[in-house]
Design a protein around this ligand. Sequence first.
Ligand code: UTP
Length: 303
Amino acid sequence: MVKRVKTAVFPVAGLGTRFLPATKAMPKEMLTVVDRPLIQYAVDEAREAGITHFVFVTGRNKGVIEDHFDRQFELETTLEQRGKQAALAELQQDLPSAGRTSFTRQQEPLGLGHAVWCAREIVGDEPFALLLPDMLFKARRGVLKQMMETYEETGGNVLAVEQVPQQDVSSYGVVGRGAGDDSGFRISGMVEKPKPEEAPSNLIISGRYILQPEIFNLLADQPRGAGGEIQLTDAMQTLMQSQPFVGVQYEGQSFDCGSKIGFLTANVAYALDREDIGDDFLAALSRIGLHNALIDGFRIAAE
Ligand code: UTP
């Protein structure tokens, strides 16, 4: 019997330098894809996977994330008075229930590994999910849910992976593929930002993890790695020596919203897909000279 995963950690303390000046006073995770902040998509995905405790590792200028997951009585009263029931219902539905959120601070952005370690006292001795909110997944079944189904069979540590062109692997953590199929294969090794010719595969770790609590002790002693940051991949490499790691090549499409191109593409894909605005958005794109055929092609590819 594997131990159920009830807690999810959302590291949101990065500087978001690739989005300056937008992220000077506002967290990257509050950037919107159509009309929902990135962090809301990640919380929704976790909820769909059965998560009941949401832990945010925040930093300076991130108070607005805490406000986002709080009730806003003035706004709710105004919406009520104006008869905007649908908007009101959506706001209420987006909130985790009372007492189900925790916030802690990463006082210095020393890297993802350090941000995860900052959640150790809140998570305790339990397996937990880790979601990087700047990775957005458009999938029929949420990516974390797909991973959770595998985890229930395999236990251990589970990572979402996806294929990228071989020449792009040097920007990511890359895994080696052992026995098993796409819904769960043994990870035979992992390396952070390898040269393309030295990479064990073209499967990259793509922002969703299920981890066992032993990772915290390893992170505590983890020296700084690539980019002078405390790297989660380095600690996972050590944990691999004593625990199994399973890869899930998930079904769905990813958008790296930490990069401008990924973020803009996500906005187009999600807007075209929306029942309320998709057709109008398509018409607007045509008016600014984007060829309809190009858009149709994009739409088909996105399905
Ligand atoms: P990124 O690698 O995208 O870094 O972090 P970043 O600082 O947010 O953005 P750039 O590269 O400067 O534009 C991936 C995730 O890890 C969190 C980020 O908030 C993001 O959700 N993170 C990163 C932390 O919480 N703390 C850190 O020290 C670094």
